[in-house]
Design a protein around this ligand. Structure first.
Ligand code: FNR
Length: 383
């Protein structure tokens, strides 16, 4: 077997080992996928400043995210259907994150439930909430996250209506997969995935089954989302959710400086500069390109995290140098999970940490918290 040396290697293995509909679900953006592509492409336009003859010993990538110590400022972003990329995927990813010393975020749309993850992990994890119309369900799920001491509530603001992803519709995405002829033919070639999946009982949405109406019958995730998610979500409702929750609150999906000011004035503990990995507003600017303006607007008021397009430690360094306090990864860890389960997530984190460390050294920096504009070549027109 060829050595795994970068996230792209994990991506290739993920593609080979996971049923087509779930690989496509991860590796796609909405509509033309312009924003999905820009998220990564814009990182590659940023150039770093090489520094020599600087003492680079005693380096550290250790930092803090929302007041908690982390081995590096890279969290695992909430990813729906993680438990379809690999059986028990959310538990495996949460365990890998815990052992590595970085935070894990459980999606509302996960396969393993809040309780499943809490039972199998000891580190507190963050819970990501999609706001649904059903008030009883909303209160119940917030209380479930409270009951297991989730470290923060991550409120996703950029998906009250679903940006269309062509491949999901064409593939008839569902969890568990519907057994049509093309699906069965594809599943037959992914026997290891199927074998692991048969061993677990967790094959459908663990957090919402039995709470939200109709989920068991839905053949299409997008029409189900359209029925359930609250299109009326506004700052008043966000305030009510904050009061129901009472703990640390992270607002995810901020891409505009005015929205960032609203979020900062609102008193969020952190914001995540994000366009949902290019899965929502196609044509929106990449997160990394928007980051400097948001840092300028609220950098001294609120902790700023960013995600979208990070596939390496070099990308993490660029985001931190542009003023992010921390970063999150989605597909980078999902490729690891689909490729090799828990070991794959650990491998992804390890690759990124080593790349970050080496890149820091070659930029002449010893501590991740010291990165800044001094590490970038600003003449190349990116800003
Ligand atoms: C996501 N994302 C996401 N975000 C969220 O708040 N709740 C969710 O359930 C999901 N689900 C989801 C599924 C898949 C397959 C992907 C790829 C992404 C968005 C995610 O949290 C994050 O913002 C992006 O993944 C970041 O971009 P990269 O790192 O994947 O490029």
């Amino acid at each position: 077997m060829v050595a795994i040396t970068c996230i792209d290697d994990l991506k290739r293995l993920h593609r080979a080992r996971t049923p087509r509909m779930f690989y496509d679900y991860a590796e796609s953006g909405s509509y033309t996928e312009q924003t999905f592509r820009d998220n990564s492409d814009d990182f590659s336009r940023i150039r770093l400043r090489q520094k020599v003859a600087v003492d680079m010993s005693g380096r550290s990538t250790r930092s803090e995210m929302i007041g908690l110590p982390v081995a590096m400022p890279v969290g695992l972003a909430p990813v729906g259907l993680t438990g379809m990329q690999h059986a028990d995927g959310e538990i495996l990813a949460a365990r890998a994150a815990e052992n590595f010393g970085v935070p894990f975020t459980l999606s509302t749309m996960s396969i393993c439930s809040i309780e499943d993850v809490a039972t199998h992990c000891s580190a507190p994890f963050m819970f990501q909430l999609y706001v649904m119309k059903d008030q009883e369900f909303l209160e119940a799920i917030i209380n479930r996250a409270k009951a297991v001491n989730c470290s923060a509530l991550v409120l996703t603001l950029d998906l009250q209506i679903l940006g269309q992803r062509h491949k999901d519709l064409k593939n008839g995405l569902s969890a568990p997969p519907k057994l049509t002829l093309p699906t069965m033919m594809n599943l037959a070639t992914k026997w290891a995935w199927g074998f692991e999946m048969l061993k677990t009982k967790r094959r459908s949405f663990g957090n919402i089954v039995g709470h939200a109406k109709g989920v068991g019958d839905t053949s299409s995730l997008s029409s189900w989302t359209a029925e359930q998610f609250d299109e009326k979500l506004d700052w008043d409702k966000i305030a009510r959710i904050r009061d129901m929750w009472g703990g640390k609150l992270i607002l995810k999906g901020i891409l505009d400086p005015d929205d960032a000011r609203m979020a900062a004035d609102f008193g969020a503990d952190a914001i995540v500069v994000s366009n949902h990995g290019g899965r929502q507003l196609d044509g929106a600017v990449s997160s990394i390109r928007m980051l400097p303006q948001i840092v300028k607007a609220v950098g001294d008021q609120v902790e700023i995290h960013m995600d979208g397009g990070i596939r390496s430690g070099q990308d993490v360094l660029k985001a931190l140098a542009l003023g992010a306090d921390a970063t999150w990864i989605g597909r980078a860890f999902i490729h690891g999970l689909g490729a090799m389960g828990e070991a794959g997530v650990t491998t992804a984190l390890d690759i990124i940490r080593k790349e970050l460390d080496t890149t820091m050294a070659l930029c002449g920096e010893r501590h991740v918290n010291d990165l800044g504009l001094q590490n970038l070549l600003v003449e190349n027109g990116f800003f």
